[in-house]
Write a protein that binds this ligand. Structure first.
Ligand code: SAH
Ligand code: SF4
Ligand code: F3S
Length: 444
């Protein structure tokens, strides 16, 4: 082995997927080994997120710590990848001159060349370009053998919501070809992966040409994957309400393997704010979508993302969001205080909501969502859930943790060897964020 690398990941599941691929690249072409201990690493990579200011600033404090390690290990290479790298480029090297490599979400497959150039005595290497999806053609096969795996099917975003950096950091929407995705899924299934989660910033906008040149959509792709024998459960995230087509909704009625959980970010319940955000739908249109989804799959659980304190949000606008939360009955969701991002249109909008009011709205929203989360959990009491075992519980080493079809975490006693398998668990208690259950006799 030629040394060790350490990767710290911030941000969304796209970044987690990319970090896994970066590790594959370093293992395959540098013959390196991954470590959890930054102090023993020869390469430290930060896969960064810039969606909110806090996430971005966190990277610079972590970089400061890596710099101290470099003092005692002069050969150590420090790299910054992901969305901060994409947005800041050369600026990172100006602000932190000890950084050796800067690469974007579309260029990490070029890490071997960047490392070689830097080691050959070159200056810090920066490559944050957006080549046509070439990275997937240059990635080694993954060695994952967990029960569940991510497959990225789309890159970028072309929605340009007024507050969001993603279209600028990851480029416009680009779909991977159908055959390419199927090949990756088949390889995972052959390794024993039973649950596949398709990833993209707006994964439901996926369009790809099939082998006979026809244009396929996500509904088609989900059907094709569900038809593979080894696939037991299918998920996809994140979806945009405007891309939730009739065809996609129909898949919920037809394919039981598709999980009864949809993450469908709404952001706000006020039409005025939704328009200022450039989301392209009204609260009524969103509710109508939810109605259709529930008609196709009555037990579907919906989770969402919310931004509170968007520029100009009044108490009335916020109340409209609270009303929508109640009407839809969202399960556990992500909610954020609006964070102005340089270069986005919303950052130029008049914004006079005091921070205390934003914080108070966030608190109220989260309390409401928490109550609804409890209601979803209570409704599951006594039911038998099909749980995919993730492994030993983080809180209690004698317990297993897994996920039910509706994405809820379930803890129960069982043998560690069950990791990666689907088991039946009877739900016996609803705690604040998780459920407890008892393992049922295994079915053959
Ligand atoms: N593509 C997805 C999510 C992208 S980012 C979607 O559109 O739904 C994840 C979440 O971060 C967003 O849904 C939004 O709620 C939040 N977010 C994005 N930009 C933000 C900003 N400037 N301030 C606060 N939250 C933001
Ligand atoms: Fe950002 Fe909007 Fe794209 Fe989501 S859809 S990534 S919020 S621009
Ligand atoms: Fe963050 Fe980039 Fe994902 S900004 S949320 S890591 S797409």
């Amino acid at each position: 082995m030629a040394g060790k690398f350490y990767i710290k990941t911030f941000g969304c599941q796209m970044n987690e997927y990319d970090s896994g691929k970066m590790a594959d690249v370093l293992r395959a072409s540098e013959n390196m080994e991954q470590t959890d201990a930054p102090e023993e690493a020869d390469i430290i990579l930060f896969n960064t997120c810039s969606v909110r200011e806090k996430a971005q600033e966190k990277v610079f404090s972590d970089l400061g710590r890596a710099r101290l390690l470099k003092r005692s290990r002069p050969g150590l290479l420090i790299g910054v990848g992901g969305c901060v790298a994409s947005q800041e480029g050369e600026e990172i090297v100006k602000r932190a001159p000890y950084v050796d490599l800067v690469f974007g979400p579309q260029t990490f497959h070029r890490l071997p060349q960047l490392i070689a150039a830097r080691r050959a005595g070159g200056r810090p290497q920066v490559d944050v370009s957006f080549p046509e999806i070439e990275k997937f053609d240059h990635l080694p096969a993954s060695g994952a053998t967990m029960g569940s795996a991510f497959v990225s099917v789309m890159e970028g975003c072309s929605k340009y919501c007024s507050y969001c950096v993603v279209p600028y950091t990851r480029g416009d929407e680009m779909s991977r070809p159908f055959a390419d995705v199927m090949r990756e899924v088949q390889a995972l299934v052959a390794q024993g992966v039973g649950e596949i989660t398709l990833l993209g910033q707006n994964v439901n906008a996926w369009r790809g040409a099939t082998e006979d040149g026809e244009s396929a959509d996500l509904a088609f792709l989900l059907r094709a994957i569900a038809a593979l024998g080894g696939v037991q459960r299918l998920r996809y995230t994140t979806s945009h309400p405007n891309e939730m087509t009739r065809r996609l909704i129909e898949v919920y009625a037809e394919i039981p393997k598709l999980a009864s959980h949809l993450h469908l970010p709404v952001q706000s319940g006020s039409d005025r704010i939704l328009a200022a955000m450039k989301r392209g739908y009204t609260a009524l249109e969103y509710k109508s979508l939810v109605r259709k989804l529930r008609a196709a799959r009555p037990d579907i659980v919906l989770t969402s993302d919310f931004i509170v304190g968007f520029p100009g949000e009044t108490e009335r606008d916020f109340e409209a969001t609270m009303k929508l939360i109640e009407e839809v009955g969202f399960d556990s969701s992500f909610s954020f205080v609006y964070s102005p991002r340089p270069g986005t249109p919303a950052a130029e909008m008049a914004d006079d909501t005091p921070q205390e009011i934003r914080a108070e709205r966030l608190y109220r929203l989260q309390a409401r969502i928490g109550e609804q989360e409890q209601a979803v959990s209570r409704a599951m009491l006594g039911s038998i859930q099909r749980v995919l075992v993730d492994g030993v519980s983080r809180k209690d080493g004698l317990e297993l943790a897994g996920r039910a079809d509706n994405n809820r975490v379930v803890n129960f006693s069982g043998a560690p060897g069950m990791a990666g398998r689907f088991v039946n668990v009877k739900i016996t208690a609803a705690l604040s964020h998780t459920l407890r259950g008892e393992l049922m006799a295994e079915q053959i």
